[in-house]
Ligand binder design. Structure first.
Ligand code: ZN
Length: 300
């Protein structure tokens, strides 16, 4: 009995600050517009490589700290799992953030997802989410390029920058590769795009996987930024796309290949482009221009 009393006595002290902080982050001022409703989907990570249990809270906080977004997290089963408990009402959301990598989804979930983006819903694809769904045609149109899970020349050409221009390369071969996690430079290619406006022409990204040799249809795809894939670190020697903006039907897609782990997600460049990219995918505009650096410091 005494234990129970102690338990209840502790609750109010622990709970009040949490409720207060959440109310503050989702609605800074009553006069501000309603927050953008985000559905963050996680739950599969392509084996042991990506710890979504650690990265999802970071992604969530990076969005909510702006005061612009209200994030709901839903954990999806693997593609061949039981989807009876995973039936999100997508019309409740303006943008879906995928921190999820699994081979396939059932027809019902796929067609609902396609309708959502086709009708103007936003999509944000983070890092290994571009490994997911190799055989789902519409998804590969949404992400433009992807890697691994058996993707080869059938998925589409390689896309990269050569002499400052985006080229497609139909040479056969598997899609998806990266070297060791090292810091690398990111080069802005579309300085006037709302996601990139005011960012430096070149900046250093923290140690992360630099995806190369991605393949896909590459339709309606604008490459916002590239990174040079160094042959000394098992790279291609090409300037590989790392940030992309795409259209699918009436929907907008922001695709970042960055963000392997919590350290990579904590880079100011990742945070800024992720916050802006999510706002752009949801609304077509970017009002999130400043960055305080608070989240990066917290997760480091
Ligand atoms: Zn990774």
């Amino acid at each position: 009995m005494r234990r129970m009393f102690e338990f209840f006595a502790v609750i109010p002290i622990g709970l009040f600050p949490v409720v207060f902080i959440q109310a503050q982050t989702t609605r800074a001022h009553p006069s501000e517009p309603a927050p953008i409703r985000v559905l963050l989907v996680d739950g599969q990570s392509g084996g042991i490589y990506h710890n979504w249990r650690l990265t999802t809270p970071v992604l969530r906080e990076e969005l909510e700290e702006t005061g612009l977004f209200q994030v709901t997290v839903m954990t999806a089963p693997p593609g061949d799992g039981n989807f009876s408990d995973f039936k999100p009402k997508l019309s409740n959301y303006q943008v879906i953030v995928l921190n999820y990598d699994s081979p396939d989804w059932p027809e019902e979930q796929r067609s609902q997802f396609e309708r959502f983006v086709n009708n103007g819903g936003g999509l944000v694809v983070v890092h290994a989410a571009d490994n997911a769904f190799p055989n789902w045609r519409a998804y590969n149109l949404m992400i433009g390029i992807g890697g691994w899970r058996g993707r080869n020349e059938q998925a589409g050409p390689h896309w990269y920058f050569k002499e400052g221009k985006l080229v497609s390369d139909t040479a056969p071969g598997l899609a998806g590769n990266h070297g060791n996690r090292l810091p690398f430079q990111i080069v802005t290619r579309q300085p006037e795009h709302p996601i990139m406006r005011g960012l430096p022409p070149v900046w250093m990204h923290v140690a992360d996987e630099l995806y190369d040799s991605l393949r896909g249809p590459g339709e309606n795809m604008t490459v916002l930024a590239t990174a040079h894939s160094d042959p000394k670190n098992k790279g291609t020697g090409h300037d590989e796309p790392v940030l992309m903006a795409l259209r699918y039907g009436k929907g907008r897609v922001f695709h970042t290949t960055l963000g392997h782990d919590v350290a990579a997600l904590s880079c100011v460049g990742f945070i800024t482009t992720f916050q802006r990219g999510t706002e752009w995918a949801a609304t077509g505009k970017v009002t999130q221009s400043a960055y305080s650096g608070e989240v990066g410091r917290r997760f480091r």
